[in-house]
Design a protein around this ligand. Sequence first.
Ligand code: 7RM
Length: 661
Amino acid sequence: MTNSPIDPVSSDSATIEALLFEDRRFPPPAAFKAASLASGNELYDAADKDLESFWADQAAELLTWSRNWDTVLEWDLPFAKWFVGGQLNVSENCLDRHVEAGKGDKVAFHWEGEPGDTRTITYAELLDEVCRFANVLKDLGVRKGDRVNIYMPMIPELAVAMLACTRIGAPHSVVFGGFSADALADRINDAQAKVLITADGGWRRGAAVPLKINADVALVDTPSIEHVVVVRRTGTDVHMETGRDQWYHDLMSMVSADCPPEPMDSEDLLYLLYTSGTTAKPKGIMHTTGGYLTQVAFTHKYVFDLKPETDIYWCAADIGWVTGHSYIVYGPLANGATSVMYEGTPDHPGKDRFWDIIERYKVTILYTAPTAIRTFMKWGVQEPERHDLSSLRLLGSVGEPINPEAWMWYHEHIGGSRCPIVDTWWQTETGAMMIAPLPGSTTLKPGSATFPLPGIGAELVDDQGARVENGGGYLTLTQPWPSMLRGIYGDPERYRETYWSRFPGRYFAGDGAKLDDDGYLWLLGRVDDVMNVSGHRVSTTEVESALVDHQKVAEAAVVGAKDETTGQAIVAFVTLKGDQKASDELGQELRGHVAKKIGAISRPRTIVFTEDLPKTRSGKIMRRLLRDVAEGRDLGDTTTLADASVVEEIRRRADAAPQED
Ligand code: 7RM
């Protein structure tokens, strides 16, 4: 179903050079640099000098420990333990210590619901609610080590539930609210969770998503669940099973706000987060306490150059994904930041909702995904132009390679050409950012995530595992890092096999990348997204980037389809900007444009114009489905699609699209 895994090490220099053709440079603006937390090489130098002391210094500086560690790192490849013997509590680090430092009245979250309702939650209020909900969980029989499942919309109670789990040492497993009942049941059963926390529903594009109704379907097949706690959000009528289901507000009215934090070992399980791999069974990625919190706090502070007293930070991801875990909940709260949290979609009630939020809360740091940025491009500059975005000082990107065109649009139209953009490469498995600039220090190149962060070792290797110092290769991580996954829940062998067997001694990320002459890293996407055309390796990302560089194109997804003569042929699915019309002429023009940007080998055989692309709920384009369409196969698993009808429409258009030899 997928392309055979192809090595991204190309002998075709035209292809290698394509992204490297990008010659724009953006050094940190002088004023930004002067005021930044890290404007020189100090952090890189300290980490290079002594990796373990570097991370130990961060752990000591950024966090509060109730017992010091005995050993910084125990590394028995592929199993790492960080800050062994140390004890701390995550909720205490995120809440109590800020309140004790006199910052109880500081806003933790400016929350905004999709319908426009708002809540302002201070650190003192959040602590109070977390303590009370921790007592609720205890009353329901949850003990240290018990797993708690969470299936909720983006409301403050989601953060409360997670933090309450950490307060009593119960690992949480958050399942994104867009997942189906089946997906929820699988994850609950794999984790053997005792309690499920959900809501009657959540608002999305003006409609109530029926979370409790989905949960009820899942709960038919989840014998480990003893109690269900339901937050009232939408007012949707729901069934409450006597003896099993109870309302959050009822339970909260019966408990005290006194709940001392449970001291946890640094290596105690903090949470599970399920992520899909190449097989059907999702993997329960395990994150532990001390190392995870150290690296999310470190990266949140330095990559976002965070000034907790003045910044208004907004990560527009969903807490159901790792980005939300690390950069809505744990990183920002550990650092005492003030965040915006928004429940809904960017096009409700209008396509300017994000810009409206930024203007009203005077957001200074925005962290979002390339797929969102390309959507905003498609909607047009008139949307941001209607708002005052001058509060912004820094922009971030995550989730996919950001093509230079989208980078430039983000820079100009959102950042007013004054804000650095931090393109942050990382994974559910890495827990925190790994490859990203430090905005006061790094000269940016549009489309490059630049360099490994201080304390991170990343190298490219070829098919044989030999180091590649220039050009394309497989991205590997060469040394343990504090927030690394500790394994796949219940399956240590799969952990070893998936991440540590392809290249001995190295963590294999599954991504291809290139190193340019200046040592900048350019992420190319998953390696099974690399095509092989007539023996030449062509990256889907490069061709997509070239297409999106064309002024009429809004978004593009490129796949390799089997071809008798060339091995694979390039099939491009293209959505046009609002006012543009699809035509055969435009198809020719786009082919020519790609050939001009990258080389004739990269010229797409087929261009399929389409209104929408199939995406997962987290916004990643599902190339696997597009390959199925391009190769005329029955569709594989479509359960993770945000909107399944999109694919049938694309198939209809693909069948009608002209082909070029
Ligand atoms: C944070 C997150 C991980 C995969 C990863 C990459 C891709 C993420 C970037 C990126 C290029 C980036 N976790 N990816 N960030 N590719 N540049 N800045 O997305 O587990 O859901 O996905 O996402 O392929 O392997 S994730």
